[in-house]
Design a binder for this molecule. Structure first.
Ligand code: FAD
Length: 402
């Protein structure tokens, strides 16, 4: 058994788990990470890292590495496919918020965090599948599928939407629900495009058939991430690489839906994207139970939401906030720290979840009339909410603990 009296046992070596390890180590808490997979791995495509996410990557020492890998993003353009016109944009103003935004693959985000964790000598045990959790008065113990055990003062469940920490210990009744939508993603070599690209950094292309995301996702902009949502039955909860038949069927679906596209580069993108994958979108509904005894859930294990462009930032923010509370209060009274963390975090997450769920529903398929109305509203909505977004992206959760 691996044991350390004050150690945090972190389950999950993904974005949240590695960030939690880095942030806790900064405030003097010993950490050890246990990861299910046999090595670093992330499925899925590219994430948008807002100024909030970059602030916390800076805090844990991973900012330079993500700048080295990702594509700087000043704006996510909102574009109408039928009108062939920019409706407005979500701006990331580094002069106000302190940071720009970056679009990077989930792989590059994890690699940036692992780069920082290697510098900090953080131990990550791979091929460690959590199967059960038990605790007594002084410690909590994780047991893994191969019989290994790890004990510590606390256990942090950073093991994603299908969290074993949640399902086997903290809140077994809270199961992920399917949203009815499969996200399809892929990458395109930008050198293959002949027509001029209709956006600067990243773009949400809207039509009554839903959205099509197109965004540069690496530093030299040689790769463009492409994603859209499909109303489709999913037989698996995990994502998977499309078979050649699935890739062809998805391409045909898009060619049909976007037959009247007036922007030539969109037609080229549809024809030429590669390495496609499907990702059935699941979510955790309701607020849920976040902690039990010495165990606490963080990241998607606690609040997985449909895509909103900010979920990775929420995971980083959870980790940094928890470490900040530990830094200010010390680690002696674990329950007081968990309760203070939850009291600050739950209202923020609840309101983000409600907004995300309504945004996700309204971004799906709509009637031509609904879409026309939406196009008319979007420029006003973006203008009306701009200062709210500036304030949101300027927020530093480290200031919430007084
Ligand atoms: C295709 C795709 C696109 C996305 N786009 C965006 C975006 O644009 N912007 C954004 O902000 N967010 C985006 N997200 C969401 C974001 O990536 C997630 O919110 C984030 O990855 C969650 O991090 P996490 O560490 O909590 O969970 P995960 O990344 O799921 O990591 C959990 C880790 O726990 C491990 N694990 C699971 N079970 C066990 C077990 N029993 N024992 C030990 N380890 C275990 C897993 O192997 C994994 O490594 C996207 C997600 C996907 C899949």
């Amino acid at each position: 058994m691996l044991a350390h009296p004050s150690q945090a046992v972190i389950i999950g070596g993904g974005i949240c788990g590695i960030t939690a390890a880095l942030a806790l180590k900064k405030v003097g808490i010993p950490v050890v990470v246990y990861e299910l997979r046999s090595g670093p791995a992330t499925a899925g495509g590219a994430v948008n890292l807002t100024p909030v996410a970059l602030r916390y990557l800076d805090h844990v020492g991973a900012l330079e590495e993500i700048y080295r890998r990702g594509s700087r993003t000043k704006e996510v353009t909102i574009f109408s496919i039928p009108k062939a016109k920019r409706l407005g944009g979500y701006k990331f103003k580094a002069d106000i918020t302190g940071y720009p935004a970056v679009r990077a693959t989930r792989h590059d985000l994890l690699q940036s965090l692992l780069y920082a964790s290697a510098k900090e000598n953080i131990t990550i045990h791979y091929s460690a599948k959590l199967t059960s959790v038990s605790e007594d008065e002084d410690s909590i113990t994780a047991t893994f599928a191969d019989g290994r055990k790890a004990s510590g003062a606390m256990l942090l469940g950073c093991d994603g939407i299908y969290s074993a920490t949640r399902l086997k210990y903290v809140d077994p009744s809270r199961k992920p629900e399917y949203t009815g939508t499969v996200a399809a993603g892929g990458v395109l070599k930008t050198a293959t495009l002949k027509s001029p690209v209709h956006f600067e950094d990243a773009c949400v292309n809207l039509s009554e058939h839903g959205f099509l995301v197109t965004a540069y996702c690496n530093k030299d902009r040689s790769n463009m991430y492409v994603a859209l949502s499909l109303d489709k039955q999913a037989n698996s909860h995990d994502g998977w690489d499309m078979t050649p038949e699935e890739a062809e069927a998805t391409k045909q679906y898009m060619i049909e839906k976007y037959a009247d596209v007036k922007t030539p580069v969109i037609k080229e993108i549809i024809q030429q994207w590669e390495d496609q994958f499907y990702w059935p979108v699941h979510e955790l509904k309701g607020s849920g139970v976040w902690s039990k005894g010495r165990a606490l859930l963080l990241g998607d294990a606690c609040h997985a939401m449909p895509p909103n462009g900010e979920s990775a930032g929420f995971c980083l923010e959870d980790a940094v906030l928890l470490a900040t509370v530990f830094g200010k209060r010390g680690a002696k009274d674990l329950q007081a720290v968990f309760q203070e963390y939850i009291a600050i975090r739950r209202p923020e997450i609840d309101s983000a979840r409600i907004e995300t769920q309504s945004r996700w529903k309204s971004a799906q398929f709509m009637t031509p009339w609904q879409f026309r109305l939406r196009q008319a509203i979007i420029p006003w909505y973006l203008w009306w909410t701009e200062s709210k977004r500036d304030a949101l992206f300027s927020k530093d959760v480290r200031n919430s603990v007084v």
